[in-house]
Design a protein around this ligand. Structure first.
Ligand code: MBD
Ligand code: FE
Length: 282
Protein backbone atom coordinates (compact mmCIF):
# COMPACT_ATOMS: atom_id res chain seq x y z
CA UNK A 1 0.00 0.00 0.00
CA UNK A 2 1.30 3.45 -0.82
CA UNK A 3 1.05 6.20 1.72
CA UNK A 4 0.15 9.69 0.56
CA UNK A 5 2.06 12.66 1.95
CA UNK A 6 -1.02 14.36 3.38
CA UNK A 7 -4.70 13.44 3.86
CA UNK A 8 -5.71 14.60 0.41
CA UNK A 9 -8.37 13.32 -1.92
CA UNK A 10 -5.59 12.20 -4.29
CA UNK A 11 -3.91 10.09 -1.58
CA UNK A 12 -7.11 8.50 -0.41
CA UNK A 13 -8.30 7.94 -3.97
CA UNK A 14 -5.05 6.27 -4.98
CA UNK A 15 -5.19 3.95 -1.97
CA UNK A 16 -8.86 3.13 -2.57
CA UNK A 17 -8.11 2.26 -6.19
CA UNK A 18 -5.21 0.01 -5.14
CA UNK A 19 -7.38 -1.71 -2.52
CA UNK A 20 -10.12 -2.29 -5.08
CA UNK A 21 -7.75 -3.78 -7.65
CA UNK A 22 -6.30 -6.11 -5.02
CA UNK A 23 -9.76 -7.33 -4.02
CA UNK A 24 -10.84 -8.00 -7.61
CA UNK A 25 -7.68 -9.96 -8.39
CA UNK A 26 -8.41 -12.25 -5.44
CA UNK A 27 -11.98 -13.10 -6.40
CA UNK A 28 -11.29 -13.17 -10.14
CA UNK A 29 -13.36 -11.53 -12.86
CA UNK A 30 -16.80 -12.96 -13.55
CA UNK A 31 -17.03 -14.76 -16.90
CA UNK A 32 -18.61 -12.38 -19.39
CA UNK A 33 -21.94 -13.37 -20.87
CA UNK A 34 -22.05 -11.72 -24.29
CA UNK A 35 -25.82 -11.26 -24.33
CA UNK A 36 -25.81 -9.73 -20.86
CA UNK A 37 -22.97 -7.35 -21.78
CA UNK A 38 -24.80 -6.26 -24.92
CA UNK A 39 -28.12 -5.73 -23.15
CA UNK A 40 -26.73 -3.85 -20.17
CA UNK A 41 -24.20 -1.70 -22.00
CA UNK A 42 -26.76 -0.80 -24.67
CA UNK A 43 -29.19 0.29 -21.93
CA UNK A 44 -26.49 2.33 -20.22
CA UNK A 45 -25.46 4.11 -23.42
CA UNK A 46 -29.14 4.69 -24.27
CA UNK A 47 -29.68 6.26 -20.83
CA UNK A 48 -26.75 8.65 -21.35
CA UNK A 49 -27.99 9.58 -24.82
CA UNK A 50 -31.45 10.16 -23.34
CA UNK A 51 -30.03 12.61 -20.80
CA UNK A 52 -28.25 14.48 -23.59
CA UNK A 53 -31.49 14.79 -25.58
CA UNK A 54 -33.76 15.58 -22.64
CA UNK A 55 -31.46 18.26 -21.28
CA UNK A 56 -30.12 19.54 -24.62
CA UNK A 57 -26.52 19.09 -23.52
CA UNK A 58 -24.17 21.60 -25.17
CA UNK A 59 -20.61 21.09 -26.43
CA UNK A 60 -19.11 23.03 -23.47
CA UNK A 61 -21.08 20.85 -21.05
CA UNK A 62 -20.02 17.67 -22.86
CA UNK A 63 -16.34 18.70 -22.80
CA UNK A 64 -16.60 19.61 -19.10
CA UNK A 65 -17.99 16.15 -18.36
CA UNK A 66 -15.23 14.55 -20.45
CA UNK A 67 -12.55 16.47 -18.54
CA UNK A 68 -14.14 15.63 -15.19
CA UNK A 69 -14.30 11.91 -15.95
CA UNK A 70 -10.60 11.93 -16.84
CA UNK A 71 -9.84 13.77 -13.59
CA UNK A 72 -11.88 11.22 -11.65
CA UNK A 73 -9.77 8.36 -13.00
CA UNK A 74 -6.46 10.17 -12.53
CA UNK A 75 -7.32 10.94 -8.89
CA UNK A 76 -8.19 7.29 -8.31
CA UNK A 77 -11.70 8.31 -7.26
CA UNK A 78 -13.72 5.81 -9.28
CA UNK A 79 -14.22 3.63 -6.16
CA UNK A 80 -15.29 6.67 -4.11
CA UNK A 81 -17.61 8.04 -6.77
CA UNK A 82 -19.26 4.71 -7.65
CA UNK A 83 -19.67 3.61 -4.03
CA UNK A 84 -21.22 6.96 -3.09
CA UNK A 85 -23.55 7.39 -6.06
CA UNK A 86 -24.21 3.91 -7.41
CA UNK A 87 -23.43 1.06 -4.99
CA UNK A 88 -26.63 1.50 -2.93
CA UNK A 89 -28.73 0.69 -5.98
CA UNK A 90 -26.84 -2.58 -6.53
CA UNK A 91 -27.18 -3.38 -2.83
CA UNK A 92 -30.95 -2.93 -3.08
CA UNK A 93 -31.03 -5.67 -5.70
CA UNK A 94 -29.02 -7.98 -3.42
CA UNK A 95 -31.35 -7.10 -0.52
CA UNK A 96 -34.30 -8.60 -2.41
CA UNK A 97 -33.01 -12.12 -1.82
CA UNK A 98 -31.41 -11.58 1.58
CA UNK A 99 -33.02 -12.42 4.92
CA UNK A 100 -31.90 -11.64 8.43
CA UNK A 101 -29.87 -8.58 9.35
CA UNK A 102 -29.98 -5.87 6.69
CA UNK A 103 -26.92 -5.24 4.61
CA UNK A 104 -25.84 -1.96 3.12
CA UNK A 105 -22.99 -0.74 0.94
CA UNK A 106 -19.36 -1.71 1.56
CA UNK A 107 -17.88 1.61 0.46
CA UNK A 108 -14.30 2.17 -0.71
CA UNK A 109 -12.36 1.78 2.55
CA UNK A 110 -12.40 -1.92 3.43
CA UNK A 111 -8.99 -3.53 3.85
CA UNK A 112 -8.70 -7.32 4.30
CA UNK A 113 -6.25 -9.12 6.58
CA UNK A 114 -6.61 -6.97 9.69
CA UNK A 115 -5.59 -7.98 13.22
CA UNK A 116 -7.48 -11.01 14.54
CA UNK A 117 -9.00 -10.42 17.96
CA UNK A 118 -10.84 -12.52 20.60
CA UNK A 119 -14.55 -12.11 21.36
CA UNK A 120 -13.89 -9.40 23.92
CA UNK A 121 -11.41 -6.96 22.49
CA UNK A 122 -10.39 -3.35 21.96
CA UNK A 123 -9.75 -2.30 18.37
CA UNK A 124 -6.15 -1.27 17.65
CA UNK A 125 -5.91 2.43 18.45
CA UNK A 126 -3.37 5.15 19.19
CA UNK A 127 -2.32 5.86 22.79
CA UNK A 128 -4.00 9.24 22.51
CA UNK A 129 -6.93 8.10 20.37
CA UNK A 130 -9.47 10.90 20.41
CA UNK A 131 -13.19 10.42 20.99
CA UNK A 132 -15.86 8.89 23.17
CA UNK A 133 -15.22 5.27 24.11
CA UNK A 134 -17.87 3.05 22.57
CA UNK A 135 -18.54 -0.54 23.59
CA UNK A 136 -20.48 -2.56 21.04
CA UNK A 137 -21.81 -5.87 22.29
CA UNK A 138 -23.95 -8.41 20.53
CA UNK A 139 -24.49 -11.91 19.34
CA UNK A 140 -24.14 -13.57 15.97
CA UNK A 141 -26.78 -16.23 15.39
CA UNK A 142 -28.59 -18.12 12.67
CA UNK A 143 -32.07 -17.05 11.51
CA UNK A 144 -33.54 -19.77 13.75
CA UNK A 145 -31.75 -18.32 16.79
CA UNK A 146 -28.85 -20.78 17.01
CA UNK A 147 -25.82 -18.94 18.44
CA UNK A 148 -22.90 -18.97 16.02
CA UNK A 149 -19.68 -19.44 17.95
CA UNK A 150 -16.50 -18.90 15.93
CA UNK A 151 -18.22 -16.40 13.62
CA UNK A 152 -16.11 -13.48 12.38
CA UNK A 153 -17.00 -9.84 12.82
CA UNK A 154 -14.69 -7.77 10.59
CA UNK A 155 -15.04 -4.14 11.63
CA UNK A 156 -13.57 -0.90 10.22
CA UNK A 157 -14.39 2.71 10.87
CA UNK A 158 -13.32 6.33 10.70
CA UNK A 159 -11.75 7.93 13.78
CA UNK A 160 -13.22 10.81 15.79
CA UNK A 161 -11.99 13.23 13.08
CA UNK A 162 -13.65 11.25 10.29
CA UNK A 163 -10.49 9.68 8.80
CA UNK A 164 -9.84 6.03 7.90
CA UNK A 165 -6.51 4.30 8.51
CA UNK A 166 -4.95 3.18 5.22
CA UNK A 167 -6.45 6.19 3.46
CA UNK A 168 -5.09 9.07 5.53
CA UNK A 169 -1.32 9.10 6.07
CA UNK A 170 -1.28 10.42 9.63
CA UNK A 171 -3.03 7.32 10.98
CA UNK A 172 -1.09 4.09 11.71
CA UNK A 173 -1.95 1.09 9.52
CA UNK A 174 -4.68 -1.06 11.02
CA UNK A 175 -5.99 1.66 13.33
CA UNK A 176 -9.64 1.08 14.28
CA UNK A 177 -9.79 -2.10 12.20
CA UNK A 178 -9.99 -5.70 13.38
CA UNK A 179 -11.50 -9.15 12.93
CA UNK A 180 -13.25 -10.39 16.06
CA UNK A 181 -14.12 -14.08 16.55
CA UNK A 182 -17.29 -14.72 18.57
CA UNK A 183 -17.25 -16.93 21.69
CA UNK A 184 -19.17 -20.25 22.02
CA UNK A 185 -22.34 -18.23 22.66
CA UNK A 186 -21.81 -16.29 19.42
CA UNK A 187 -21.16 -13.19 21.52
CA UNK A 188 -18.72 -10.34 21.08
CA UNK A 189 -17.81 -7.16 22.94
CA UNK A 190 -15.84 -4.62 20.92
CA UNK A 191 -14.37 -1.54 22.56
CA UNK A 192 -13.62 1.32 20.19
CA UNK A 193 -14.29 5.04 19.82
CA UNK A 194 -17.37 6.67 18.38
CA UNK A 195 -16.56 7.71 14.80
CA UNK A 196 -17.28 11.18 13.45
CA UNK A 197 -19.44 11.74 10.38
CA UNK A 198 -17.46 11.26 7.15
CA UNK A 199 -16.95 14.08 4.68
CA UNK A 200 -16.14 13.33 1.04
CA UNK A 201 -12.75 15.00 0.41
CA UNK A 202 -13.49 18.43 -1.04
CA UNK A 203 -10.19 18.76 -2.90
CA UNK A 204 -10.82 15.96 -5.43
CA UNK A 205 -13.09 15.56 -8.47
CA UNK A 206 -15.95 14.00 -6.47
CA UNK A 207 -15.80 16.92 -4.03
CA UNK A 208 -15.63 19.38 -6.93
CA UNK A 209 -18.79 17.86 -8.39
CA UNK A 210 -20.60 18.16 -5.03
CA UNK A 211 -19.56 21.81 -4.79
CA UNK A 212 -20.56 22.51 -8.39
CA UNK A 213 -24.00 20.99 -7.82
CA UNK A 214 -24.47 22.56 -4.39
CA UNK A 215 -24.77 19.17 -2.68
CA UNK A 216 -23.41 18.52 0.80
CA UNK A 217 -20.48 16.07 1.15
CA UNK A 218 -21.49 14.24 4.33
CA UNK A 219 -22.18 10.69 5.43
CA UNK A 220 -23.60 10.12 8.93
CA UNK A 221 -21.19 8.61 11.48
CA UNK A 222 -21.02 4.85 10.95
CA UNK A 223 -19.26 1.59 11.73
CA UNK A 224 -18.62 -0.82 8.86
CA UNK A 225 -19.01 -4.55 9.51
CA UNK A 226 -18.69 -7.79 7.60
CA UNK A 227 -20.10 -10.72 9.52
CA UNK A 228 -19.49 -14.28 8.38
CA UNK A 229 -19.79 -17.84 9.64
CA UNK A 230 -19.18 -21.10 7.80
CA UNK A 231 -22.37 -22.26 6.06
CA UNK A 232 -24.06 -18.84 6.24
CA UNK A 233 -24.44 -15.95 3.84
CA UNK A 234 -22.01 -13.15 4.67
CA UNK A 235 -23.49 -9.81 5.67
CA UNK A 236 -21.78 -6.56 4.72
CA UNK A 237 -23.39 -3.71 6.60
CA UNK A 238 -23.00 -0.49 8.55
CA UNK A 239 -24.31 0.70 11.90
CA UNK A 240 -25.34 4.31 12.46
CA UNK A 241 -26.04 6.38 15.58
CA UNK A 242 -29.49 7.52 16.64
CA UNK A 243 -29.87 11.28 16.55
CA UNK A 244 -26.66 11.79 14.57
CA UNK A 245 -26.23 14.36 11.80
CA UNK A 246 -26.90 13.45 8.16
CA UNK A 247 -28.92 10.32 8.94
CA UNK A 248 -31.69 11.58 6.67
CA UNK A 249 -29.47 12.94 3.91
CA UNK A 250 -26.54 10.52 3.57
CA UNK A 251 -24.65 11.50 0.41
CA UNK A 252 -24.20 7.76 -0.25
CA UNK A 253 -27.91 6.91 0.33
CA UNK A 254 -26.88 3.94 2.50
CA UNK A 255 -28.79 4.36 5.77
CA UNK A 256 -31.58 1.98 6.84
CA UNK A 257 -33.78 2.38 9.93
CA UNK A 258 -32.91 -1.16 11.05
CA UNK A 259 -29.22 -0.26 11.24
CA UNK A 260 -29.38 2.60 13.75
CA UNK A 261 -27.74 2.03 17.13
CA UNK A 262 -29.11 3.67 20.25
CA UNK A 263 -26.04 3.93 22.51
CA UNK A 264 -26.55 4.71 26.18
CA UNK A 265 -24.03 6.29 28.51
CA UNK A 266 -23.82 4.29 31.70
CA UNK A 267 -22.38 5.25 35.10
CA UNK A 268 -18.83 4.42 33.97
CA UNK A 269 -19.11 7.18 31.32
CA UNK A 270 -18.73 4.75 28.42
CA UNK A 271 -21.17 4.63 25.53
CA UNK A 272 -22.67 1.18 25.19
CA UNK A 273 -24.69 -0.20 22.32
CA UNK A 274 -26.01 -3.63 21.49
CA UNK A 275 -26.56 -5.12 18.06
CA UNK A 276 -27.26 -8.75 17.13
CA UNK A 277 -26.62 -10.23 13.69
CA UNK A 278 -28.93 -12.84 12.17
CA UNK A 279 -27.36 -14.82 9.36
CA UNK A 280 -29.21 -16.88 6.79
CA UNK A 281 -27.97 -20.35 5.78
CA UNK A 282 -26.40 -20.56 2.32
C1 MBD B 1 -17.24 6.17 3.29
O1 MBD B 1 -16.73 6.12 4.53
C2 MBD B 1 -18.20 5.29 2.97
O2 MBD B 1 -18.60 4.45 3.93
C3 MBD B 1 -18.78 5.29 1.70
C4 MBD B 1 -19.85 4.36 1.40
C5 MBD B 1 -18.34 6.18 0.76
C6 MBD B 1 -17.35 7.05 1.06
C7 MBD B 1 -16.80 7.05 2.32
FE1 FE C 1 -17.38 4.59 5.66
Amino acid sequence: TTSPASPTAAGSGTNATAAFRASVTRSGPAPADRQRVSTVVQALVDAVRGVIRDHEITYPEFRTAEQWLMDLGEAGEWPLFLDVFVEHEVEKIAERTQHGTKGTIQGPYYLPGQKRLPATATLPQRDDEKGDTLVLTGQVRALDGTPLGGAEVDIWQADADGYYSGFAPHIPDGNLRGVITTDEQGRFEITTVRPAPYRIPTDGPTGALLTAAGWHPWRPAHLHLMVCATGYRQITTQLYFQGGDWLDSDVASATKDELILAPVRLGDGLLRARYDFDLEPV
